[in-house]
Design a protein around this ligand. Structure first.
Ligand code: CP3
Length: 339
């Protein structure tokens, strides 16, 4: 078992810097496209054997040091009782939004084993196959709430901010329910065998720090606190979160995920006694090999004072990235960081 990733999470010395990539199992791989053909994304998410296959693909093909469960942050939102669709080119869609008390009251806090047993089954199967640690995950409540309130992806988040500012009790009621669901869901993942947990807060960066503090952060803290007894490293990633770094540092997470908009050395100084994960611009994978290697070397140098460093992209790998370029990055990180 290659436990370099887990050691880095705990801030222990490692022989080299471990690397994995957000969205490493996905559309940039022809092998994934082949499995995905002829079924919807959600059908794939609900087929444990196929989830195992696509989770393993990037480990076998590219040599990552950690695997991430193949699923989606919106799977538990469907389990809360909302219809969910993924539309080609448009992303996730919730035909019925949550914008009033009646819709909120209809949401349930699901038993994860009953409604998402396929996720726990995937985790159990993966643990029999994997030679690297398995990361389980969920969306942070604020990020999940935006999808339920907007009915899908958004650019301006009009409905979300309207609810926050004009119906705060409704907003907090929704956050409360998502938080309870997320705690149960992540506990079930850890019990099934997830060896680290990551909370994705993809839209945290749209909030002013004072609003993040009121409307989003307390729920993040509660989830991390509730998962502490599970005893697995916890990673918190607030996308576009340079302005929220002081909160991330106080979130209770062991590892702070960083997007590419901040210098990693500067971030390390600000988060103090925590491991960091990140943070190359996903599009930097398109650089010519010599320049990509130089950039990786610079990032490794900048991160040299970290308590632990897990190399990652600052966000998900783009679907048109050539897999060969991702392979160059994996090999370069392993070679250049060897101690
Ligand atoms: O390797 C992995 O990371 C696989 C597991 C994974 C997926 N989504 C699979 C997926 C993870 C960890 C996620 C997280 C996720 N999902 C986030 C947080 C991370 C981030 O990107 O900020 C968010 C916001 C979502 C919601 C979501 N799911 C969106 C907005 C979309 C559409 C994106 C697009 O570019 O079309 C998805 C679909 C999705 N989730 C795909 C995959 C592989 C593409 C599905 C397909 O068409 O095959």
């Amino acid at each position: 078992m290659n436990d370099t990733f887990l050691k880095a999470c705990r801030g222990e010395p490692t022989d080299y810097t471990p690397i994995w990539m957000m969205r490493q199992a996905g559309r940039y791989l022809p092998e994934y496209q082949k499995v995905r053909r002829g079924r919807t994304f959600l059908e794939l998410c609900k087929s444990p054997e196929l989830c195992v296959e696509v989770t393993l693909q990037p480990i076998d093909i590219l040599g990552f040091d950690a695997a991430i469960l193949f699923s989606d942050i919106l799977v538990p939102m469907e389990a809360m009782g909302l219809e969910l669709e993924f539309h080609e080119g448009r992303g996730p869609v919730f035909p019925q939004t949550v914008r009033d008390r009646a819709a909120l009251d209809r949401l349930i806090v699901p038993d994860p084993h009953e409604s998402m047993g396929f996720v726990m089954e995937t985790i159990r199967l993966l643990r029999k196959e994997l030679k690297v640690p398995l990361i389980g995950f969920a969306g942070a409540p604020f990020t999940c709430a935006t999808y339920l309130i907007e009915g899908g992806s958004s650019k301006v988040f009009w409905e979300t901010k309207k609810m926050m500012f004009s119906a705060p009790e409704l907003f907090h009621g929704l956050m409360e329910k998502i938080t309870l669901c997320t705690i149960d869901y992540l506990k079930a993942q850890a019990e099934a065998g997830a060896q680290a947990l990551q909370l994705f807060d993809s839209w945290a960066g749209i909030l002013a720090p004072c609003d993040y503090e009121t409307y989003a952060f307390p729920y993040v803290q509660r989830i991390i606190e509730a998962l502490r007894p599970a005893g697995v490293p916890f990673i918190y990633f607030a996308n576009n979160g340079a302005t929220l770094l002081d909160y991330s540092a106080r979130s209770g997470a062991d590892v702070i995920g960083l997007d590419w908009r901040i210098n990693i050395g500067e971030a390390i100084q600000r988060v103090g006694d925590k491991a960091v994960q990140g943070n190359i611009d996903p599009f930097a994978l398109l650089l010519p090999e010599d320049q990509l290697r130089a950039r990786i070397q610079k990032l490794l140098d900048d991160a040299s004072q970290a308590k632990g460093h897990i190399f990652n992209l600052g966000h998900g790998i783009h679907q048109f990235t050539p897999p060969e370029q991702a392979k160059i990055a994996v090999d370069a990180v392993h070679e250049l960081s060897r101690r």
